[in-house]
Ligand binder design. Structure first.
Ligand code: UDP
Ligand code: MG
Length: 317
C-alpha cells in the first residue's frame, strides 16, 4: 500500500465564470475531507488552467488563489483547446505531485469517485479511468455522435475505453512517460492506454452541467474524433486500397460482361458506360485524396513540433 499521497486536481477552464466558484467550493471541501481522512497530504492542491478565457475566469482564479493555499493557477496565452489545456496543467503539476487527477470545470463528472481513484492508486494502479455509467444527461446529438464515434474507433481497431472522457488519475510515473509523446495531434484518452501501465476503471453517473453552456461545438467534437482516428490508425488508407482493389476487379468483370454481350450482338452503347465509369472513378479518387490529405495535413503539423501551449502566468504557492 502506498503512503498518503500528494494529489493535484487539474481543472481546465474555458469561459467558466458561471461555475468556477461552486466548483472551487466543492473541490476544496473534498480535498479537506480527504486530508482529514489521511488519504492525501495536506499540501495537495487544485490547479486551474485558464485556457485563454474571454470572460472573468482568470480574475476569479487569481482571487481564489489569493484566498486559498490550496489553489494554484496557470493561464495559457490564448485558447488552445481542452486537450492542450489539460496537458499544460498535468505537466505543470508533474514535478509537484505523486498523482494528478484531471476533471472538467463544470463538475459533470462525479467528484465522489475521486476517493476511489486515490485508493486504487495507493493499491498500485498507475492509471485510473473514470467511466460514465449512462449518458442520460447528454443531449441526443451528443449521445448519438459519441456512440457513433466509439463504434468507428472500435471498427478501426483503435484502443479506446467507451464512455471514458478526460476524468482520470495519472501517477507521476505515467505523467513522466506521457511527456515523451511529442505529438501535436492530441488525443489523450487514446495515448493513456498506449502507456500500458496497470490501469483500472471507476464508474459513475454523469450529471448535467451545473451552469454555463458546453464549450464543445459539434465542429470541435468532430475535430477531436478525427484526431483520435488519424493519430492512432492508418486503417482508413488501407480500406481505400481494398475498396479500390474490389472496384477494379468488379469493373473488369463488367467490362468482360459487356464485351461478351457485344460479341453476342447486345451492345448497349458507349455513352452510359463512359459516364458511369467517369463519375465512379472521380468519386473514388476524390475520396482517396481526401483521406490521404488528412494524414499529410496532420503530418505537416507533427513535423513542425510547435509547443502545444505557452504559459503566460503562474500562481504557485
Ligand atoms: N475547455 C477548455 N478549452 C476549450 C474548451 C473547453 O479548457 O477550448 C474545458 C471546459 O472549461 C471544461 C472542459 O474543457 O472544463 C470540458 O468542456 P465542456 O464541459 O464544455 O465539454 P462537454 O462536457 O460538453 O463535453
Ligand atoms: Mg462538460
Amino acid at each position: 500500500m502506498r503512503d498518503k499521497i500528494l494529489l493535484a486536481l487539474v481543472v481546465p477552464c474555458y469561459n467558466e465564470e458561471d461555475v468556477l466558484k461552486e466548483t472551487n467550493y466543492r473541490l476544496t471541501s473534498l480535498l479537506v475531507e480527504m486530508i482529514q481522512e489521511q488519504l492525501i497530504q495536506a499540501s495537495s492542491y487544485i490547479l486551474y488552467v485558464d485556457d485563454g478565457s474571454k470572460d472573468k475566469t482568470w480574475e476569479m482564479i487569481k482571487d481564489i488563489y489569493k484566498q486559498s493555499e490550496m489553489v494554484q493557477g496557470v493561464k495559457l496565452s490564448r485558447n488552445r483547446g481542452h486537450q492542450n489545456a489539460l496537458l499544460a496543467g498535468l505537466f505543470t503539476a508533474l514535478n509537484n505531485c505523486d498523482a494528478a487527477i484531471s476533471i472538467d470545470a463544470d463538475l459533470q463528472d462525479d467528484i465522489r469517485v475521486i476517493k476511489e481513484m486515490v485508493s486504487r492508486y495507493r493499491q498500485g494502479d498507475e492509471i485510473v479511468l473514470g467511466v460514465r455509467d449512462n449518458r442520460d444527461n447528454d443531449s441526443i446529438i451528443k449521445r448519438g455522435t459519441a456512440e457513433a464515434f466509439y463504434k468507428v474507433m472500435k471498427k478501426l481497431g483503435t484502443n479506446t475505453i467507451k464512455d471514458h472522457a478526460d476524468f482520470r488519475l495519472l501517477s507521476n510515473r505515467a505523467l513522466q512517460e506521457l511527456k515523451n509523446y511529442n505529438e501535436v495531434n492530441l488525443f489523450l484518452r487514446g495515448l493513456i492506454l498506449e502507456l500500458g501501465f496497470p490501469t483500472s476503471c471507476v464508474y459513475y453517473q454523469r450529471q448535467s452541467r451545473m451552469a454555463g453552456v458546453t464549450k464543445y461545438s459539434l465542429f470541435r467534437m468532430l475535430n477531436l474524433a478525427l484526431a483520435g482516428i488519424t493519430s492512432f490508425t492508418i486503417r482508413p488508407i488501407r480500406l481505400i486500397f481494398i475498396f479500390g482493389f474490389i472496384f477494379s476487379i468488379l469493373s473488369l468483370g463488367f467490362a468482360v460482361g459487356i464485351a461478351i454481350a457485344a460479341i453476342c450482338g447486345a451492345f448497349i452503347g458507349w455513352l452510359p458506360i463512359i459516364y458511369i465509369t467517369l463519375w465512379f472513378l472521380t468519386g473514388l479518387i476524390l475520396m482517396a485524396i481526401g483521406i490521404i490529405g488528412e494524414y499529410i495535413g496532420r503530418n505537416y503539423f507533427e513535423t513542425k513540433r510547435r509547443p502545444r501551449y505557452i504559459i503566460e502566468e503562474r500562481l504557485i504557492h
